[in-house]
Each structure stands twice: as C-alpha cells, then as structure tokens.
Design a protein around this ligand. Structure first.
Ligand code: NAD
Length: 485
C-alpha cells in the first residue's frame, strides 16, 4: 500500500478530477530507483459507470459540434502540452524509466503530433456515393457515441494519444484507460482538458488495474467499441469477452520482429539501424527487432561489430541526458526478461555480451537495469526465438539466401514488423512482399507516416489503425438510399 505522502493521481470524469469511488489507491514506482513516488486510483465498476454516464450525457454535444470546433479544442490541448513539454518529458522519464532524451525527442512530440494529426484528419472524413439506374445512395460515417481505449506502459503518452485522438476527432466521447504501470502523463493530460475547452464528459480518464477496471470496460454493455494496445494474452481475453458481446474491437498486440541484413546492405546504416531496432527504449517497443538475421557471408564480421556497439550502450540514470539505456519498467518485468536470458542459456545459447542485471551507483542503486544482451547459437524454433521478451535482449542467426531469410523471418506466431537491409531494389520488393508482417521497413526502422495503416498479422493483432483506418474504426458506416432522379 502506498504511503500518504505521495502525490495522488486522480480520475477525470465528467470534467472533474475525482478520487476513485472506493477510496483505494496503489503505489506507482519510479523504476530507476524502485521507490514508490505516487498513488494510482484502484478504480472499479462504480467509477466506470460514472464515466459512462458522463460520456453519454456529453455525446450529443460533441457529436453535433462542427468538426472544425472539435479540431480547435484538440489543437488547444496539443498546444497546452507543448508549452509544458519539458515537464511532460521529465514525468514520462520518471514514470517509465526510459531515457529523458528519448522522452524529449520521441514520446512527447509524437503525443502532441498525434493530437494535431487526428484533429485535422477528422475534418477530412468523407463518405462515398453510388449512382445506378434506379437509385442514388451515399454513406455517412457516424460516431458510436461512447468508446473506450486501453493502452500499455511502453510508450505511455504516445499510445494513449494515438488512440484517444482519433476517437475524439471522429466525434466520440471517450473512456480512456492508461496503463497502471505508467499513468502519470495521461493524468497530466487530463488536467489540461478543461482549459483546452473539452465539454465535461467528452474525455474521461479512469486509472487502475487491467484485471479490475480494464476487464470492467471490456464487459460494459454501454461501450460498443474498444481500441486496445498491449500484450497478446490480454488481447485474446479482451477479444473473447468483447466479441461475445458483439463489440467492435481493435487489437494491436505483441511482436517478435526480424531485422534482416543482406550482404549487399550499406554497412554503417545497417549496423546502426539494427542496434537502434534492438535496444531503443531498452527493447521495450513492440516494433523492436529482437531477432537479427544476417547473411552468412558477412555474419562473423557483422556479429563482432554489433556486439561492440551493444556493449558501448550507456546504461544509466534515465534523467542523465547522456544515457542511451534507462531502467526496465518494473521489477516484475525485469524478472521476466532475466528469466528469458536464463532460458536462452538453458536452451544452449551463447551470451556474447550482457546477460546480467546491472546495479548502479548513487541515485539509481536500487533501480531495475539490465545490460544490453546479445545471444547466438540458438535455432529458430526454441522459446527464446519464438516468444516476445520485450527487453534489451536479441538473438543473432545466420542465413544463406533469400528463401532461408524469409523462412526464418516468418517462423514465429507473430507478424507485426520487420526491417530489411539491402541495396538491391528488386530483392527489397520481393522480400517485403513475402514477409508476413503489418509493416516492412526497407533500409530504415521505426519511421512512420501517420496516414499509413498500422497493425499486425497473426498473433500481433486484429485490424489496422493509423490515418483514416483509425477514424473508420471509431465510426459506424450508414448507407442512405433514395430513388434516382
Ligand atoms: P498488457 O497487455 O499487460 O496491458 C495493456 C493494457 O491492458 C494496460 O492498460 C492494462 O491495464 C490493460 N489490461 C490488462 N489486463 C486486462 C484485462 N484483463 N482486461 C482489460 N484490460 C487489461 O501489456 P503491457 O505489458 O502494458 O504492454 C506490453 C505489450 O504491449 C507488449 O506485448 C507489446 O508488444 C505490446 N504493444 C503492442 C503495440 C502495437 O502497436 N502492436 C504497441 C505497444 C505495445
């Protein structure tokens, strides 16, 4: 139980910052120290019912507001966050353990641009029209009214806004549930909603545990659509409950992504790209390339250079601007990642670098740090190469030719992302077409055009987000048919 001296996070319901109905809170840790520094509402059905009632009340106002006015309010929210960028970046860094430099360069700016992008895209939603001999039909895209979003801890504000923004822009009132592991920046956003001009009840943030408030959202009869990003096991549970209730569900789930290096790749960019894909955010991005497949002809040289760069990562205090590798998000997650490193040893893998928990000196001496870890010598079908580890741990595997590279790339139950590195345009086209994943990057990693579809194949998800797909997800399509004149 958290102590009374810590800052209390509040729910945001009906335009008010409110405590949970039960009065119960749990502690929120700073993973770089392992110390609890704030308290999170342990919300339950009562809080959810209040949020749904507030959202239902606000639904006609928000739905009928001109798109331009909704966009203006969303732009104002983006501007208010932008004015406090440093404060948000520091809060994200403390809450998650990720390097402050990453929060400043990626997490917070992308959170802001998500709001701006969907504010504008929402104004461009269009329908279709069909003329035939006897009929003229057109379609309308209309908001559900009340929808929910459930987001994970690895990119807290970025993914919170990635879901919230299209839901709002398409005219819905939202019940948004951030991860209980990293609730701080979603809370900070909610404190700005009134100043931005959101009518009470349009944006509601309920904090708490997945098994309690998350599960309550999934089964709530008045929430017809849920957009979820998180682990595959959770996604399966939400899909099971939600689909039985005939809810519309979007699932963005886990990955076990290949980075494929051909021997004609540009050496420096491929090497640096593979390192970034492996270790950015301590490997805790669903898009991270955790299986590095290298053509046999350059395998040894690439392996040695990769290991050298992995070993040169600066693991340390996330608040230190020079740090490239911060803390792992929680003790439980650190244990899970260390468990996989031990499993890799048991499966016969050789640890080429890293492999241990790191104990810092000074402020972070009780924090959760793991050395960037590179493993070789494992077959494609072992658990280490099949299951999502979600930490600074990668394996290296050689391949002989294109067919073998593709077979290895496709050898897991996941299909979220891949990056391929080659100077041959023909090979890039061919391999990209044959890899089973929602996105394939060629000679780059993690570049995004927010208009493009985003999502996973196989166990990595159901449906696509991004651009108009997200706006479509949050709307019902209606056909209006009349006699042709
Ligand atoms: P998680 O599944 O444990 O939790 C995600 C969210 O779901 C949290 O808000 C949590 O409280 C909630 N939740 C948990 N149990 C629930 C339940 N029974 N009912 C309803 N909600 C519940 O995931 P995580 O550990 O926070 O995030 C890491 C995972 O997310 C990784 O697997 C990663 O690959 C995945 N991820 C996927 C994408 C993508 O776009 N595909 C992006 C980021 C992260």
């Amino acid at each position: 139980m958290a102590g009374a001296k810590h800052k209390k996070i509040m729910n945001f319901i009906g335009g008010e910052l409110v405590p949970p109905a039960s009065g119960d809170y749990f502690g929120n840790e700073d993973p770089s120290t392992g110390h609890i520094y704030s308290e999170v509402p342990d919300s339950d059905e009562k809080d959810l019912d209040a949020a749904v009632a507030a959202a239902e009340k606000a639904a006609p106002v928000w739905k009928n507001m001109p798109g331009e006015s909704r966009a203006e309010i969303m732009h104002k929210l983006a501007a208010l966050i932008e004015q406090r960028q440093d404060e948000f970046a520091r809060a994200e860094c403390i809450d998650n353990g990720k390097p402050l430099s990453l929060c400043k360069s990626v997490d917070i700016p992308r959170g802001i641009s998500n709001l701006r992008f969907f504010a504008d895209a929402g104004k461009d939603m269009t329908g279709e029209s069909f003329r035939a001999d006897k009929t003229f039909s057109y379609t309308l895209r209309q908001p559900f009214g009340v929808v929910a979003t459930i987001s994970p801890w690895n990119l807290p504000l970025l993914l919170f806004t990635w879901k919230l923004a299209p839901a709002l822009a398409s005219g819905n009132c939202v019940i948004a549930k951030p991860s209980e592991v990293t609730p701080m920046t979603a809370y900070m956003l909610s404190t700005l909603a009134e100043e931005a001009g959101f009518p009470p009840g349009v944006l509601n943030v309920v904090h708490g545990k997945g098994a309690r408030i998350g599960a309550a959202i999934t089964r709530h009869p008045k929430i017809p659509a849920i957009s979820f990003t998180g682990g595959t096991v959770t996604g399966r549970e939400i899909y099971g409950t939600g689909s039985r209730l005939l809810k519309k569900i979007s699932l963005e789930l886990g990955g076990k992504n290949p980075t494929v290096i051909f021997d004609d790749a540009k050496w420096d960019s491929a090497l640096k790209g593979a390192v970034a894909a492996a270790f950015t955010n301590q490997g805790q991005i669903c898009l991270c390339g955790s299986r590095i497949l290298v053509q046999q002809t350059i395998y040894t040289k690439f392996r040695d250079a990769f290991v050298k760069l992995a070993g040169a990562q600066k693991v340390g205090d996330p608040l230190d601007e020079a740090t490239t590798q911060g803390a792992i998000v929680s003790h439980a997650h650190m244990d899970k990642v260390m468990g996989y490193i031990n499993l890799a040893r048991e499966e016969g893998g050789e640890i080429l670098c890293g492999g241990k928990r790191l104990f810092m000196k000074g402020r972070c001496k009780t924090g959760y740090f793991i050395e960037p870890t590179v493993i070789e010598g494992l077959g494609a079908s072992c658990r280490t190469n099949q299951e999502e580890i979600f930490g600074p741990v990668v394996t290296l595997m050689p391949f002989r030719n294109e067919d073998e590279a593709i077979a290895l790339a496709n050898s897991t139950p996941y299909g979220l992302a891949a990056s391929i590195w080659t100077e041959s345009k023909e090979r890039a086209r061919n391999v990209a077409a044959r890899i089973d994943s929602g996105i394939v990057w060629v000679n780059c990693w993690n570049l995004r055009d927010l208009r493009t579809p985003f999502g996973g194949m196989k166990n990595s998800g159901v449906g696509r987000e991004g651009g108009f797909r997200a706006l479509e997800f949050f709307t019902e399509e209606k056909t209006v048919c009349q006699p042709a004149v």
